[in-house]
Design a protein around this ligand. Structure first.
Ligand SMILES: [Zn+2]
Ligand SMILES: [Zn+2]
Length: 405
């Protein structure tokens, strides 16, 4: 028994309910206040990076939904006439759950390979899929902002295949398509709100798909809309940035990147304050990176690093000895992956009380360090310097950046 029984057929609901649900859920996000503290990107970034106005996005979504509605309706009519689906009796809840899970896997599989191919094939990317990537900072209403052909191929055909293979009824399909729609909208909402169930239960979520919309993430995180399985299996999995913790003294920054068993750790530090970190970790060498602009200039020659088993630690010398009001150059909300290192934090007026000897270096494993900056040196980054890593038996004077061996 469903609320639309007796009013509209399951086939009509399966066609139109996802569209209504899309605008209700995305509209809700659109009506929310700015919520600057929960955004993955600042509003300024949204204005600057997105190459298309809201009006065109709404138009684009409506065109795609029109195509989607026509195709879905024809499909429902054809399949229900042949009697393969749309039968009146609903299977048990358990069977329906199994069918929905199968449909999720089928949809994920279809979308992964078609989506990835659209990035590999330059023609398809340039003329079709790049439309979706005009939104570098995604927002809910833009979730289905696609070229109509992409909408047809990825979403509509993907939906049809999932429906047919899973063997679900048109009634179950109404629920499944609405769920997939809400999930897709949520993945593009650009907000990391506490208590969001999708964020708790799905690893493939707003933050995950956001990586794919960034320039550095274009070759990763193709999986959509439910699970990151294909990305993990085929080496295109890029989790969000590792967590960076920071604290400061007048002349130095302490930056700790939490990344257990990191390999190929590289840091490109530039005098202007560019901080580009990359590494791989885990059994499947998952790539991680951070690309940030520090608040002010730094002294690359006087900065050091150490790679530990649980994290990577950087001592970065400020060019000018003064307290920074924040870590990053950009104003507004600090990104979710940047955190204050309360263990090392002191306020400006307390600095003298906290001597260098008191510094807690945690479980930093100095025995794993290499000397010099030769390893991993890349000719392309001649302009920058890899940080010198001190030896195990060297004590570091963090205030003078001298090694005493
Ligand atoms: Zn893409
Ligand atoms: Zn997207």
């Amino acid at each position: 028994m469903v609320f639309w029984e007796g009013y509209v057929s399951d086939e009509v609901m399966g066609t139109f309910a996802p569209i209504v649900v899309y605008w209700l859920y995305a509209g809700m996000f659109q009506l929310l206040p700015p919520l600057d503290n929960y955004r993955l990107h600042t509003r300024k970034e949204e204005d600057v990076k997105n190459a298309v106005p809201l009006r065109s996005v709404v138009k684009g979504v409506l065109v795609q939904q029109l195509v989607q509605a026509v195709v879905a309706h024809v499909l429902f009519l054809v399949t229900s006439e042949t009697g393969t689906v749309g039968t009146e009796t609903q299977p048990s809840i358990l069977i329906q759950i199994v069918q929905v899970i199968i449909a999720m896997f089928v949809m994920d599989t279809w979308q992964y390979f078609v989506h990835r191919y659209m990035h590999i094939n330059k023609f398809l990317y340039r003329h079709i899929h790049s439309q979706h990537h005009r939104l570098v900072v995604p927002y809910a209403i833009g979730a289905l902002y696609n070229h109509p052909l992409e909408g047809l191929l990825l979403d509509t055909v993907g939906g049809a295949i999932s429906f047919l293979i899973s063997g679900m009824t048109a009634r179950t399909a109404v629920i499944f398509f609405c769920f997939a729609t809400v999930k897709t909208v949520d993945d593009h909402c650009g907000l990391w709100l506490p208590g969001n169930l999708f964020h708790m239960f799905f690893q493939n979520n707003t933050a995950y798909h956001d990586v794919h919309h960034q320039l550095h993430g274009l070759k990763y995180n193709f999986s959509q809309p439910f699970f990151p399985i294909w990305d993990k299996l085929l080496g295109t999995y890029m989790p969000r940035h590792p967590t960076l913790k920071w604290a400061q003294r007048a002349d130095v920054l302490f930056i700790t990147i939490d990344l257990p068993d990191a390999k190929d750790v590289k840091l490109k530090l530039e005098p202007e304050g560019k901080f580009y970190f990359s590494a791989t970790a885990g059994a499947d060498n998952v790539p991680y990176e951070l690309d940030i602009d520090l608040h002010d200039k730094v002294d690359v020659n006087e900065s050091k690093s150490s790679v530990g088993s649980r994290n990577i630690f950087y001592l970065i010398k400020k060019e000018e000895s003064k307290w920074w009001s924040r870590l990053l150059k950009q104003e507004g909300k600090t990104p979710v992956f940047v955190k204050v290192d309360w263990d090392k934090w002191v306020d400006e007026d307390e600095q003298d009380e906290k001597a260098a000897a008191d510094m807690d270096f945690g479980d930093m494993d100095f025995s794993n360090l290499n000397m010099g900056g030769g390893e991993g040196f890349d000719a392309e980054v001649l302009q920058t310097k890899y940080l010198v890593i001190p030896r195990k038996d060297c004590a570091i004077d963090i205030y003078r950046f001298e090694s005493k061996c």
